[in-house]
Design a protein around this ligand. Sequence first.
Ligand SMILES: Cc1ncc(C[n+]2csc(CCOP(=O)(O)OP(=O)(O)O)c2C)c(N)n1
Length: 498
Amino acid sequence: MSSETISALNETDCEYTVTHSKAKAFYETYERKEELQHQTHFCPGCGHGIVHKMLARAIDELGIQNKTILVGPVGCSVFTYYYFDVGNIQAAHGRAPAVATGVRRSRPESIVIGYQGDGDLSAIGAAEILHAANRGENITIVFVNNAIYSMTGGQVAPTTLLGQKSSTTPNGRSAATEGYPLHVSELLATLEAPVYIERVGLGNNKQIAQATRAVRRAVENQVRGLGFSLIEVLSPCPTIWKMQPVDAQHWVRDVMEKTFPLGVFCDRTKEAQPRQLPEAAPELSEIPKILGVDSESLPEGNAHVLGHRAKELDLRVRVAGFGGQGVLLMGEVLAEAGLDAGLEVSWLPSYGPEMRSGTSNCHVRLSRQPIDSPLVTQPNVLVAMNEPSLRKFYANVPSGGWIVYNGETFPADCEREGVHVLACEFTQIANELGNARASNMLMLGALLEITGVLPEASVDAALRRLVKNPRFVEVNERALARGRELYKESIEGVAHTI
Ligand SMILES: Cc1ncc(C[n+]2csc(CCOP(=O)(O)OP(=O)(O)O)c2C)c(N)n1
C-alpha cells in the first residue's frame, strides 16, 4: 500500500510520470496477521474502502491530519483505527455521536469525525444521532448505509428495504411487522440545527465523485466551525446481499436509490455563523480559588489512620445499604463537603430499579490530586448500613482501612486482620435522637471523625445545601455530632473495635 510511481514511455518517446499515492491520512502499512497482510478487512466490492479513501483525501486536502480524531463504533466501521493515521477512539455500539460530542467540546481545537453504519446509527444509536444533530454539535458524521447489519451476518436494520431478505426477515421485510425503512437524512433535516445533510451513493463513478465532494464539504464545515454535518452514503455489501460486486453496485443505483433518493436535504452553510459555545467551565484547579478555600490549609486529620499521609489524601469510601436508608444522600454530603473544602471529589451512585428496599450503594472519592476514576473497588472506609451490604463488600477493604457497620455485633466471620471496625446500632440511636432515618448522618459523623480531614463548617454547608427542610437539617446536625462522639467513645472501648 505504499506510494508507487509508474513511469512509461509514450509512442513519441516523451517520458511522462503518473504518480499514484496513498493518502497521507492512511497508515503506511496495515498491521494484520501475517497471512492477511495482503488484504484489508473489507470484502471485495465493499463500499467501506471507497468511503475510507474519500475521507482520507478530505483530511489530506484540508491539512488536518494532526488534529483529526476519528470515532469508530461497532460494525464493519470498527476497523477505522487500523487504517487512519489520526487520533482514534472506538465507541460502544451507536454511541459515536455522544463520544464525538464529548471529544469536540473538551478539545475544541480538534476535528472530530464519527463514522457509523446504518445498524449502529439508526437502530441502537438512533437517540444519540438525533440529539447530537438537534444540538448542532460541531462534528461530522459519515453514515455508511448498506441497508443491513453486515458484520453480524445480515439481520434486518431500520434501513432494510421493503421486501429485502435478511436472516431475520427471510421472506423479505414487511411494513406490517418491521415498519418502513427509516429515512435518516430526511428525518434529521427537519431539525433546525444541522448545517448540511446530503445523501450520496457509490452506484457508479459519477456518484462516487459527488460523494467525494460531499464528504469533503462536511469536514470543511467543521473546520470552519459551522456545526453539524452528516453525509449518508448508500454503500454496497456484496457478501451479505449475496451478490457479485458489480451487481451490488448496480443494486445501489437501480434499487436502493428508489427508496433512498440522493440529494441535499439541508444546506445552511451560506448563512451559518461559526458556532459559539458558552465559556468553558473553569479548570478543576481553579475551583478552590473560586470558592475561596485553600485545600492546603485543611486539617491534617487522622489521614495516617487510613494508611496515607495527609498531603497525599486519597479517601475512597463505599457506602452501601438498602434503598431508603439515605445511602446516596450520605455520599452526596461527603462529596459536597469535600468540594466545599477545595478537594477533588467524585460521587458515583449505583442502585437497582427499585425505589425502596432494593440494594443501593455509592462510591465517593476525595483527594488532593485529580481523580482518575470514580470507581471505588478497594474502599479505605466501608460504611455498611446492613449485614448483606457488609457481606458483599467487606473483603475488598484493604489492611489499614475501616468498616463502619450498622449492627450491634460485628459478624465474626467478616473480621479481617488489620481492618478496623466501628460497629453500633446506629438505627436505634437515630431513633432515640428523634428520626430513625438519620442513621446515615450518624454513620457519616463517625466517618468524619475517623478520617478527620473535613472541616465541620464544610460539612455543615454541604448539609444545608442538600437538605432543604430546616426540620431535617436540625436532626441531621444532631446525628452528625452524635456520630462523632460514638467514634470517640469507641476508642475508649465503649463500642466494639478490633
Ligand atoms: C451493544 C452491542 N449490541 C450488539 C452488538 C453486536 N453487533 C456487532 S456489529 C453489529 C451490526 C452493525 O451493523 P451496521 O451498523 O449496519 O454496520 P455494518 O456491519 O453493516 O457495517 C451488531 C448488532 C454489539 N457489538 N454491541
